[in-house]
Design a protein around this ligand. Structure first.
Ligand code: BG6
Length: 482
C-alpha cells in the first residue's frame, strides 16, 4: 500500500548545530526523503547555521556525504542535486552578534519559519534571545528542541523559562522521537479506533502491562553524555514515560494537541512514588574486564545502563494493575514492545489438566512492527481437551505490503508536523516537568543510598534481580527477541 503524501507549505527551516551529529545523521536524511517523496516543496529552504566558517558548497558536500551514508543505495542521484539546491549555510554565533544579520537576510517573510535547536541545551536560552532580538521570533515562527530537555526538574524549568521568555508555548515543539514512530501512533488507533479493546483496557481485565525497550548496542561512542545521564534520564524519563502515557491514558476527546497532552500529563501525575525495592539498576560487563565502565572510561562509574521498575497508577482505571518497565543497553537483542497481559478466565470449564492461558496483546514497536494477540485454542488432534496458545499475528510489513515494512522514519514525520503546525506528537512544558518531578526523587534516592548497580552480562536479558522483581509477584518478563 503506497503511503499518501500531502505536500506541506513552503518553509524556511534554520538548523542550529548544522554540522553536528544529529543534524547529519537524522535531520538532513529525513528531509531528503520527504523531498524525494514530494512532501517537501522545492521552494523550501534549509539554512544550516553553526559557528564554523564554511561555504555553502562545503556544507552541501558534507550533507550529501551523510545522506549517502545514511540512505545508501536508496539515494536517488537524480533527486540529490535538487535537494542540495534548497540548502544554504550561515556562520552564526549563539553568544554574540556574529552572523545574525546574515541569517535574517536569508529568511523570507511570507513562508512558514522554523528554527531547529540541534544544540546543547545551554544554548537554548541564548538562541531564543537572539532570535527575538533580531526580530525573527515573531508571527507563528516555530522552535524545535531536542532531548535531553534538562537533567532534572530544576534545569527543565530553567529551559522552559528561557524559551517562554520569547516564544509562546504554541510555538515550541519538544521532540521525543518515540512519538514519531509508526507503531507508537498505532497504539492510539488500536485503543481508540476499535471497539474491541477499550472495554477490557482496565484493572478489571488486565493483570499487568510490560513495556520493554531493549537495545543490543552499548554506549560506546557516547561515553561522556551517557555516564552523566544513565538509562533513567536517557530513556525512562522520556521515551518509556511516553509509551506508558499512551498505553494508560483516558481517551482524549479529540486527536489534537491539547486533548492528547492533557490526558498524558494526568497519567504522569497519577504515578505513585516508586518504592526502592521496586527498582532494579544494572550495568553491563563482558566478564573480561570490559563492559560499561570500560566503555565510559570510568572504572568507578555507578551509572546504570539498565533499569527495571514496577509502577502503580493511582486512578480508577489502573488501581491494582502494575506496569513493569525495563530498558537497557547491551542486551540480547534490539526489541521494543508493549505487552498487555490479560487476567485468566474466572473459571476453567475444561478442568485443571487442560491448563490455563492468559491472553496477551503485544504491540511490537521495533523491529518487525506489528500486533500479536495470543489466543487460547484447543490443541489439535485426539487425546482430550488440552489448551494451547496461538498468536493471531499481524506484521504490518506482511499485511500492508513492503512500503509499510520501512515506515517513515520518526524524524520525517515529526519535522513535517512542525511545518504543518501540529503539536500533537510533541511534549508540552508541563508534561516534561511532571516527568522530571516523578524521576528526580528516584535518582535522589540512589544518590542518598550510594546505590551501586547490579552487574549483568553483555548480551543477556539484564541483571537477575530484574527477574526477581517479577517472580516475587508470580509473574515473568517476556523473552527479549528480535
Ligand atoms: C535516544 C537515546 O534518545 O534513543 C539513545 O539517547 C537510544 O541512548 C535511542 O539508543 C534509541 O532510539 P531508537 O529509535 O533506536 O529506539
Amino acid at each position: 500500500m503506497a503511503p499518501r503524501v500531502i505536500p506541506v507549505d513552503p518553509f524556511d527551516l534554520v538548523v542550529f548545530g548544522a554540522t553536528g551529529d544529529l543534524a547529519m545523521r537524522k535531520i538532513y536524511p529525513a528531509l531528503y526523503r520527504r523531498f524525494v517523496a514530494g512532501q517537501m516543496p522545492p521552494s523550501a529552504r534549509i539554512i544550516g547555521a553553526a559557528r564554523a566558517d564554511q561555504s555553502d558548497a562545503e556544507f552541501k558536500d558534507t550533507v550529501a556525504d551523510h545522506i549517502r551514508t545514511a540512505l545508501g543505495p536508496d539515494v536517488d542521484k537524480t533527486e540529490l542535486p535538487g535537494f542540495l539546491s534548497t540548502l544554504a549555510y550561515v556562520s552564526v554565533d549563539a553568544n554574540s552578534d556574529k552572523g545574525w544579520p546574515d541569517l535574517a537576510a536569508h529568511l523570507r517573510a511570507d513562508v512558514t519559519r522554523c528554527f531547529y535547536f540541534s544544540v546543547a541545551p545551554s544554548l537554548f536560552g541564548p538562541l531564543a534571545q537572539n532570535l527575538h532580538r533580531w526580530g525573527l521570533a515573531g508571527g507563528d515562527a516555530r522552535v524545535v528542541v531536542e532531548k535531553p530537555f534538562g537533567h532534572d526538574l530544576h534545569s527543565a524549568k530553567g529551559l522552559n523559562r528561557a524559551l517562554a521568555a520569547h516564544f509562546d508555548e504554541s510555538q515550541v515543539y519538544r521532540i521525543d522521537h518515540y512519538l514519531g514512530k509508526e507503531t507508537v501512533q498505532n497504539l492510539m488507533v488500536i485503543r481508540f479506533g476499535n471497539m474491541l479493546f477499550e472495554p477490557l483496557w482496565n484493572s478489571q481485565y488486565v493483570d499487568h502491562i510490560q513495556i520493554t525497550v531493549a537495545e543490543s548496542l552499548t554506549v560506546a561512542g557516547r561515553a561522556a553524555y551517557y555516564d552523566g545521564a544513565g538509562a533513567m534520564r536517557d530513556m525512562v524519563q522520556n521515551h518509556l514515560m511516553q509509551l506508558l502515557c499512551l498505553t494508560a491514558m483516558e481517551p482524549p476527546a479529540k486527536f489534537e494537541p491539547q486533548s492528547v497532552r492533557d490526558e498524558k500529563v494526568k497519567v504522569i501525575r497519577a504515578l505513585e512514588p516508586v518504592q526502592p525495592h521496586h527498582i532494579v539498576r544494572g550495568q553491563y560487563e563482558d566478564g573480561q574486564g570490559g563492559g560499561f565502565r570500560a566503555d565510559v572510561n570510568n572504572p568507578k562509574s555507578h551509572t546504570e545502563s539498565f533499569v527495571a521498575l514496577k509502577l502503580s497508577i493511582s486512578n480508577w482505571r489502573w488501581a491494582g494493575t502494575p506496569f513493569y518497565l525495563r530498558t537497557g543497553k547491551a542486551l540480547s537483542a534490539r526489541a521494543s514492545e508493549i505487552a498487555v497481559v490479560f487476567k485468566d478466565a474466572p473459571h476453567s470449564i475444561f478442568g485443571p489438566e487442560a491448563g490455563r492461558h492468559a491472553n496477551v496483546l503485544t504491540i511490537r514497536l521495533q523491529p518487525n512492527e506489528g500486533i500479536t494477540m495470543g489466543v487460547t485454542i484447543k490443541e489439535p488432534g485426539p487425546g482430550g481437551m488440552r489448551l494451547m496458545d496461538v498468536p493471531l499475528d499481524m506484521s504490518f510489513a506482511k499485511t500492508l505490503g513492503p512500503s509499510s515494512g520501512s515506515p517513515t522514519d520518526a524524524y520525517e514525520r515529526l519535522i513535517m508536523d512542525v511545518i504543518r503546525g501540529d503539536q500533537t506528537l510533541f511534549m508540552r512544558a508541563d508534561e516534561v516537568e511532571a516527568a522530571w518531578a516523578w524521576t528526580d526523587p528516584i535518582i535522589a534516592g540512589w544518590q542518598a543510598r550510594a546505590d551501586v548497580p547490579k552487574t549483568y552480562a553483555s548480551g543477556s536479558s539484564g541483571p537477575s534481580d530484574a527477574s526477581l522483581l517479577m517472580s516475587r509477584d508470580g509473574r515473568a518478563w517476556r523473552k527479549i527477541t528480535s
